[in-house]
Design a binder for this molecule. Structure first.
Ligand SMILES: NCc1[nH]cc(CCC(=O)O)c1CC(=O)O
Length: 314
């Protein structure tokens, strides 16, 4: 974020690809605003191109059954590979750990609230005995089963508004949503944040990333101006844990890295789907030391039972 010259625009407008959900559109605008501010560009310097993702069309089955995280990125990937867009904006939480070699996460915005927010009850302890919690996240389901074995997990998918409507309709007593998503949608008053030492969030929760073609140096240079180094390093560490575990959305894995001086404090957790087993670990790493982050993931597996290990395919 250097001193921007007088207002101007790039030689041609930059095409920003995004999913079309309300949350994705807000996130796309956050990236466009950050770029315009960093470069002193006019309003028309960036064209927002929404792409409807296949994951947004199937709402009645768990993601794991219909193709996992690729559902959110497939169409955007195509557009990026074909040069129809210059870069794609993603919730980093939804981006697979193994990406095409031709792509590169060129920028990550400063992290928002990483916590999950419980909607429908003031705290996990306040969910009625034998109540129902709606989620389709294997991580959230396993964490809840561990903390509240009496609570029944019911399948809840759809975008934030859909899930809140299902809760309102009485399909569950409570649900969990990422605080970052609620905040970005102007719903900061909805729900009660669950502390991270009670529920460790998903790897990369609360972060927005921008992906570009690795060989497009001019676009990468423009995006570098909005890259938040601390957040980028933390997300890289969290995603390295997921990658070491062969993690997909099938896997109940949590990871959170926070900057601590010139190091990164990384906490991780794996659980069995029934929540009966949990292995947690933590370490202080140098920023960018993805090997050390992966080693932490492997450490967890070594401490897990045979049954829990079988859940992961490193
Ligand atoms: N899987 C959906 C998804 N992907 C990113 C967010 C929230 C925004 C973020 O974590 O940055 C959400 C919604 C949710 O989990 O409540």
């Amino acid at each position: 974020m250097t001193d921007a010259p007088a207002t101007h625009s790039p030689a041609r407008p930059l095409r920003l690809g995004t999913r079309a959900s309300p949350l994705a559109m807000v996130q796309a605008h956050l990236v466009a605003d950050a770029l315009r501010a960093a470069h002193g560009w006019d309003e028309d310097a960036i064209l927002i191109r929404p792409v409807v993702a296949s994951g947004d069309k199937v709402l009645d089955r768990p993601l794991a059954d219909i193709g996992g995280k690729a559902l959110w990125t497939k169409e955007l990937d195509r557009s990026l590979a074909l040069g129809e867009i210059d870069f794609a904006v993603h919730s980093m939480k939804d981006v697979e750990t193994i990406r095409p070699d031709a792509f590169l996460i060129a920028a990550v915005l400063p992290r928002a609230d990483v916590r999950d927010r419980l909607v429908g009850a003031e705290s996990l302890g306040a969910i009625p005995a034998g109540g129902r919690l709606g989620t389709s996240s294997p991580r959230r389901a396993a964490q809840i089963r561990r903390l509240r074995p009496d609570v029944e997990i019911v399948l809840f998918r759809g975008n934030v508004a859909t899930r809140l409507a299902r809760l309102e309709a009485g399909e569950a007593d409570a649900t969990l949503l990422a605080a970052a998503g609620l905040d970005r949608l102007g719903q900061s008053d909805v729900g009660h944040a669950v502390p991270v030492d009670i529920m460790l969030p998903a790897p990369a929760q609360g972060t927005i990333g921008v992906e570009a073609l690795a060989n497009n140096m001019p676009v990468r240079a423009l995006l570098d101006a909005i890259d938040h180094r601390d957040t980028h390093a933390c997300v890289a560490a969290e995603r390295a844990v997921l990658r070491a575990l062969g993690g997909t959305c099938h896997s109940p894995i949590a990871a959170l890295a926070v900057p601590e001086g010139d190091r990164v404090w990384l906490r991780t957790q794996i659980l069995s789907n029934d929540g009966k087993e949990s292995v947690a670990t933590e370490a202080r790493l140098d920023p960018g030391d993805e090997a050390a982050a992966m080693a932490l993931g492997v450490d967890m597996l070594e401490r897990a039972s045979q049954g829990l290990r079988a859940l992961f395919a490193p």
